[in-house]
Design a protein around this ligand. Structure first.
Ligand code: AKB
Length: 316
């Protein structure tokens, strides 16, 4: 990767992926872009462009202007918000991807598109969910993610485009909050634990989900694009896992640091139904075998770091 464009850079992942990649590849070689104009100063430390994922001409102009060889497509409507507007979810998640795939035929750039645990459904085996298994998602977000996996495979097989991707768990981070996801509670809980010493959880006790801390998420996104293509049998939807927990477990871990912390429940039926259709825990051995994927953060290590970083941030 020499000249990289990150689309949707102002979101939860992009706002940390961009600075991480600028450290590796150089400030001026990582171009951040978003439809929003009110982006953080950090993104503007290197080139920044306003780009709508549905505006093919603008995307083409930016790719040509910076001689881009790799695009990170982080534009997406997440699962819970996608259920409120399924048509828009399809338009953004699949329409935006199709624009990039078509441009990649002409401009020959490599393309990273994240899939998600959302690509699985109720009929998928929930424990040690295999790399290759039943995928009949029950949410529109999931429908768009499976479609994305298939489209990226298709463009690789038919047109030789270097498409790659991973199936991300819920991502936990402390820079930019996620918005409209099912796994967002696992971020909110840390903010509330510090600010109010209590939290109301919108998922039921016993709801296990795969989760991952941001440093692992970023490393997975970079390592898959740097992996030796000759070793990749799968390309676009590698299961990558780090930890699996249910709400009582994250609360118990926080209590070790903030003993007065308490949690109660007010269940969101839409998020609960989505969460129950997703894996409890994915098997990511194929990612390890094909490109050496290994997580570094588990629940205790992440909790300690999240509480330290957020305590400082929320003082300001
Ligand atoms: C969501 O909850 O929608 C996302 C995801 C797991 O893809 N965080």
């Amino acid at each position: 990767m020499k000249n990289i464009l990150v689309m949707g850079a102002a979101g939860q992942i992009g706002s940390e992926l961009v600075p991480a990649m600028r450290k590796i590849y150089g400030n001026s070689n990582v171009i951040s872009s978003d439809i929003r104009t009110d982006v953080s100063e950090v993104l503007k430390e290197g080139p920044f462009e306003i780009v709508d994922c549905l505006d093919t001409k603008k995307i083409k102009d930016v790719i040509t202007k910076y001689n881009i060889d790799t695009v990170y497509n982080l534009v997406a409507l997440l699962s819970a918000v996608g259920e409120q507007n399924p048509q828009l979810s399809w338009k953004i998640n699949v329409g935006g991807l199709m624009n990039l795939l078509e441009l990649s035929r002409e401009l020959k750039f490599a393309l990273f598109t994240p899939s998600s645990i959302g690509a699985f459904g109720l009929s998928t085996p929930h424990d040690n969910t295999p790399q290759d298994t039943i995928q009949r998602p029950n949410s529109m977000y999931g429908v768009t993610k499976v479609s994305g996996e298939l489209l990226c495979d298709y463009y690789h097989q038919k047109y030789g485009i270097d498409t790659r991707g991973v199936r991300y768990p819920g991502i936990i981070s402390n820079v930019t909050p996620p918005g409209g996801g099912t796994t967002d509670y696992a971020v909110d809980i840390y903010y509330k634990a510090i600010q109010e010493k209590k939290f109301t959880c919108n998922l039921k006790p016993g709801t296990y989900l795969d989760m991952m801390y941001m440093p692992d998420c970023i490393r997975a996104g970079i390592e898959i694009m740097e992996a030796n293509p000759a070793k990749l049998i799968h390309r676009n939807a590698f299961n990558v896992a780090a930890m699996s927990f249910e709400p009582e477990m994250i609360a118990a871990e926080i209590k070790k640091h903030i003993p007065e912390f308490t949690m109660d429940y007010d269940i969101d039926p839409i998020r609960q139904a989505i969460a129950e259709s997703w894996p409890n825990k994915m098997d990511d051995t194929v990612a390890f075998e094909e490109w050496g994927w290994k997580h570094e953060y588990n629940l205790p290590k992440m909790t300690e770091d999240m509480l330290n970083v957020l305590s400082e941030k929320l003082k300001k």
